[in-house]
Design a protein around this ligand. Structure first.
Ligand code: SF4
Length: 431
């Protein structure tokens, strides 16, 4: 997205936010006060960020460094220290799920195993463990290690089975590597295997996308998550596209791909589980982002606590340094008002494409007027329907909502992550 596009995105998202959540909210992150400490928490999820990648893909905005074996030891020590730090502060909480992302967690599975052991000791783990995997790292040893750590849900970052598309996004392996990895995972005895696929890539046709869906399904994926290429200013995809004179597809292409994906998935017994995702059968749903509250371990990891959102320093060395000294790695904090918490909850239910109306009433209490008005407008224009106690998005509703959420994500993440990357301990960031 161009600089003008970013500014426009910011203006639009701020206007929508002001209209829905109200004009009196402080959407700003500040360094936490010296005496700040997280409140006790009874129940939460946990996110573990493993920041190593063999090749840094040009489109990827996540916090990562090129894999270096020498860094894994210090990373592990710091992550163990951070688990202890959270346990000291929030108490012996119930952990309802663990999500391990990155980076490429499969590059440091022995480290992950040690961190999980400490998490089990310090907290009460009652839920599933989900992990992201990369096609080039999946083999029998990886699968055994995942089982040894009781990981039950896995996601494979395939992106495309077509070598030409893989080249566009800087993946330097043949598509057969991804096919082999998926076959191993599907036969590996996991409760669910998700495949990430990209659509609307430069040069990709609807036929290419459908072939990718068909291949993932034939090889046995139980869930498919599709998403378009995001362009963040600080990633090198912009430069890459310029160098190769490849162009990003326009909105029409994105719309036709999205519609074709939905139609194909419905025809093949997949059920929509989010604006991007479809799953088949009774397998548990794999999801990285829809938890209501979580604590984050690792550089750049965020934590959603009661009434506030905090985020760690993005700088790996600074994170290792403070954690090993027993200090906090939290660089920025934004208190949440009741209104912000409510709309944050609703934002993720829209992402789920289903809003349970009884939960909605419990969250919003008497302050439902603006949300109801929004629901009515969505129904009138055919974006949502009421169905057995849920407000459900239709296919056009899911498409246009994914675009709106795309703008929100770009606007907020661009602003926050750009500044958080510039210096390890940023001052105020207004989003
Ligand atoms: S897309 Fe995955 S493998 Fe590529 S740099 Fe990002 S986290 Fe690493």
């Amino acid at each position: 997205m161009s600089k003008c596009g970013n500014i426009l995105s910011q203006i639009v998202t701020r206007a929508i936010r002001r209209c829905l959540v109200g004009p009196n909210q402080q959407w700003r992150f500040d360094p936490p006060p010296q005496d700040w400490t997280p409140p006790p928490v009874k129940q939460t999820s946990l996110y573990l960020h493993v920041p190593f990648c063999r090749n840094c893909c040009p489109y990827c905005p996540y916090t990562k460094v090129t894999y270096d074996e020498m860094l894994v030891g210090p990373y592990t020590q710091a992550a163990l220290a951070e688990v202890n730090w959270w346990a000291d502060k929030i108490g012996h909480a119930e952990i309802t799920s663990i999500y391990i992302g990155g980076g490429t967690p499969t590059l440091a599975l022995d480290s992950v195993a040690r961190i999980l052991t400490l998490i089990r000791k310090k907290f009460r783990l009652t839920g599933d463990i989900c992990i992201e995997t990369n096609p080039s790292d999946v083999d029998d040893i990886t699968i055994q290690k995942l089982h040894d750590s009781n990981v039950s849900l896995v996601s494979l970052g395939v992106q495309s089975f077509r070598s030409e598309n893989l080249k566009v996004i800087g993946r330097n392996y043949e598509s057969t590597v991804a096919e082999h990895a998926l076959t191993l995972l599907v036969n590996g005895g996991f409760a669910s295997v998700n495949v990430d696929l990209m659509f609307a890539l430069p040069g990709q046709t609807v036929g290419d996308v459908i072939k990718d869906l068909a291949k993932a399904t034939k090889l046995g994926a139980s869930q498919i998550t599709t998403y378009p290429l995001f362009t963040f200013p600080y990633t090198s995809i912009g430069r890459y596209l310029n160098l190769t004179s490849v162009r990003m597809p326009d909105l029409r292409v994105r719309r036709s791909h999205y519609r074709a994906i939905t139609e194909w998935c419905v025809e093949h017994d997949f059920k929509r589980v989010s604006v991007w995702g479809f799953k088949r059968g009774a397998v548990p749903r794999y999801s990285s982002v829809t938890r209501d509250s979580y604590i984050g371990i690792g550089p750049g990891a965020g934590s959603h606590l009661p009434d506030e959102f905090v985020i760690n320093t993005f700088d790996l060395n600074s994170w290792i340094h403070v954690m090993c000294e027993g200090r906090t790695a939290i660089a920025l904090r934004m208190p949440f008002t009741v209104e912000m918490s409510n709309w944050w909850w609703l934002y993720w239910r829209f992402y789920d494409t289903r809003i349970p109306m009884d939960c909605f009433k419990a969250y919003f209490g008497k302050e439902t007027r603006k949300a109801h008005r929004l629901f009515r407008v969505m129904e009138l224009i055919g974006f949502a329907v009421h169905n057995e106690g849920y407000l459900e998005l239709t296919e056009p509703g899911a498409f246009w909502l994914h675009l709106v959420q795309n703008h929100f994500a770009l606007s907020y993440i661009n602003t926050l992550w750009t500044q958080a990357r510039r210096v390890p301990w940023p001052q105020t960031v207004v989003i």
